[in-house]
Every structure is written in C-alpha cells, then in structure tokens.
Design a binder for this molecule. Structure first.
Ligand SMILES: *[C@@H]1O[C@H](CO)[C@@H](O)[C@H](O)[C@H]1NC(C)=O
Ligand SMILES: *[C@@H]1O[C@H](CO)[C@@H](O)[C@H](O)[C@H]1NC(C)=O
Ligand SMILES: *[C@@H]1O[C@H](CO)[C@@H](O)[C@H](O)[C@H]1NC(C)=O
Ligand SMILES: *[C@@H]1O[C@H](CO)[C@@H](O)[C@H](O)[C@H]1NC(C)=O
Ligand SMILES: *[C@@H]1O[C@H](CO)[C@@H](O)[C@H](O)[C@H]1NC(C)=O
Length: 267
C-alpha cells in the first residue's frame, strides 16, 4: 500500500468519523429542540476586585439570571459546589493537588448535575407550562390584571438578581465571619494580601476599597459590625440604599475621577 492510499484511507476514516459524530447530535436537536440547560461555566472571581473594577466587569458581563426560582436554586447549588472547589484550589492548592482520586471525586457531582438537567427536561417532573401557570400570578402583581407588563417583569428579574447576590454575599460572609456570630467586624475582614502587603502609596489603599471608611459607611447602625444586609451593601455599594454608603461611594468616585484627570494631564 502506497503512502498516497494510506492518506486517502485516513482522510475517509476521519470524514466518516466526523459524519457519525455529527449526525446524532443533529437529529437529537431536531427531536428535543428546546432542551433546557443549566448554566455551567461559573468562573471564580476572587472577591478582591476594587469596586469600580467590579462594576466594569459586571457591566461587561450582563450575567443572565434564571427566570424560575426553581432553576435558580439548582444553579445556585451547582455554583456553590464549584465555588467551594475553586476556593480550595485558590487558597489551599496543596489540598487540591493531594486529593487521591479527582476523577472519582467529581463523578457523583457530574451525575447530580446531569440529573438536575434531566429533571428540568422531564415534562412530568418539570412541566414548563405548569411552571408558567404557577409563576405568572407572582409576576403579575402591579396591578393584578392578567397581563405582565415590562415593569412587572423588570421588578421580577431584579428580585431574582437580588436573591442571587445576597446568596453570594452569605457565602462570602461565612469566609470572613471568623467567630460565626453572623456579623463581620473590621478586624475580621482581612483585606486581601495584595492590599495588605503593598506600600501605602500603591493602588490598594488608594482605591479606598479596603478603607475603614468604607466599612464604617456600610455600617448603617454604627455598631462597628456588619450584619448580612450591611455586608451585602459593603460588597455592592452601588446597589445599596444606605445613604451614608452612597455618599461615600460618590466621594470615592469623584476623587478617583479627579485623580484620573490629573494623571491624564500629566501625561
Ligand atoms: C459561558 O461563558 C461565556 C464567556 O464567558 C459566555 O459567552 C457564555 O454565554 C457562557 N455560557 C453559559 C451557558 O452561561
Ligand atoms: C403540563 O401541564 C399542563 C397544564 O397543567 C398539562 O395540560 C399537561 O398535560 C402537562 N404535561 C405533562 C407532560 O404532564
Ligand atoms: C498604611 O497606613 C496605615 C495607617 O494610615 C497603617 O496602619 C498601615 O500599617 C500602613 N501600612 C503599610 C504597609 O505601611
Ligand atoms: C442589619 O442592620 C441594619 C441596620 O441596623 C438593619 O436595617 C437590617 O434590617 C439588619 N439586617 C438584618 C438581616 O437583620
Ligand atoms: C470607624 O468607626 C469606628 C467606631 O465604630 C471608629 O473607631 C473608627 O475610627 C472609624 N474609622 C474611620 C476611618 O472613620
């Protein structure tokens, strides 16, 4: 057999392989053209971004939020596990690498995930029509008239997002609340290493993100401790209703802008 025919054989084999691997996918997508999917690419963003950087990335992402709280709950549980795994890899890489069988470890998790997706796509268990019938009255509230308006839908999505954000804040809080009293003191709230180890002149302190002032502004009742609401405001000052914090944020944004101008002028 010559070299030429071997190449032809391989080419044909590859082509057949390609057709075979594509065919079932195509037909299955015809059958179940709307298989519901759980989002699966959560990426670990350390909670250490300075606030305006965080706002920029949030604006760039426009992270979608599930419409159905049931789906949101499934995704949250999945995200929590992913988060835990990545957190350990981040903070204790030695643990993550010494785990005996990572393949075995991840198997039940993956199965559970697939089960959750199967659950969503099993019409007997997760009946989309039924879910809409259940959820509709919860969205149609202002006024209750059998129609969902843009405002009602916006309000609903906002509520889902707030639930999502608060959930992440709770997760974050567990990390910092060292004495587990449900409150975070400034001492408990370690600034991240990059802010701690740098000189005072460098950007960590200048950002104001780790300033005690920011902490104090978030502390609505001024008791020196942040409860979950206040801690959520601390992490997401722009979404806060706390006037003290909003004032601090304005001041901070203005000074950053002035500094930016000043630097631009120097260049
Ligand atoms: C996964 O992440 C990419 C890029 O970050 C994004 O474009 C995509 O929509 C995400 N997929 C899902 C299912 O969320
Ligand atoms: C889903 O719910 C709708 C409305 O309640 C019902 O008519 C339909 O038969 C249900 N489908 C299944 C597969 O149970
Ligand atoms: C930075 O300044 C603060 C007080 O303004 C001080 O407590 C802290 O130790 C200083 N940090 C460094 C790394 O110099
Ligand atoms: C946290 O404290 C603030 C300010 O005192 C208060 O308005 C809020 O209701 C508290 N949150 C919780 C969950 O207790
Ligand atoms: C923050 O508040 C505490 C009292 O709760 C006070 O001792 C501290 O000086 C305040 N820090 C700043 C920077 O305002």
């Amino acid at each position: 057999m010559g070299k030429g025919s071997l190449i032809i054989y391989i080419t044909i084999a590859l082509a057949v392989l390609l057709l075979v691997s594509r065919a079932p996918r195509k037909s299955s997508s015809h059958h179940r053209h709307r298989r519901l999917k759980l989002r699966s690419n959560f990426t670990f963003a350390p909670p250490t971004l300075p606030h305006h950087q965080q706002q920029h990335s949030a604006a760039a992402h426009h992270e979608p939020v599930p419409f159905d709280p049931l789906v949101a709950d499934l995704e949250r549980r999945r995200e929590d596990r992913e988060w835990e795994k990545q957190y350990i890899e981040h903070t204790h890489p030695e643990l993550a690498h010494h785990e005996p069988a990572p393949g075995e470890e991840s198997q039940p998790e993956w199965e559970e995930y697939m089960n959750a997706e199967d659950y969503l796509n099993d019409e007997e268990k997760f009946n989309v029509t039924n879910r809409l019938l259940v959820l509709f009255p919860k969205v149609d509230v202002d006024p209750v008239d059998g129609f969902v308006t843009l405002d009602e839908l916006t309000e609903w999505n906002l509520k889902q997002t707030q639930t999502e954000v608060l959930h992440r804040t709770k997760r974050e809080m567990e990390l910092h609340d060292k004495n587990h009293d449900g409150l975070v003191s400034f001492a408990e709230y370690d600034p991240p290493s990059w802010a701690r180890n740098t000189d005072n002149g460098s950007f960590g302190y200048e950002m104001g993100w780790w300033k005690e002032e920011h902490f104090n502004a978030s502390d609505a009742d001024g008791d020196g401790l942040l409860n979950i609401t206040e801690f959520n405001d601390f992490l997401h000052p722009a979404d806060s209703k706390n006037s003290k914090l909003l004032q601090w944020l304005c001041k901070e944004e203005v000074s950053i802008r002035i500094e930016g101008r000043f630097e631009n002028n120097l260049e």
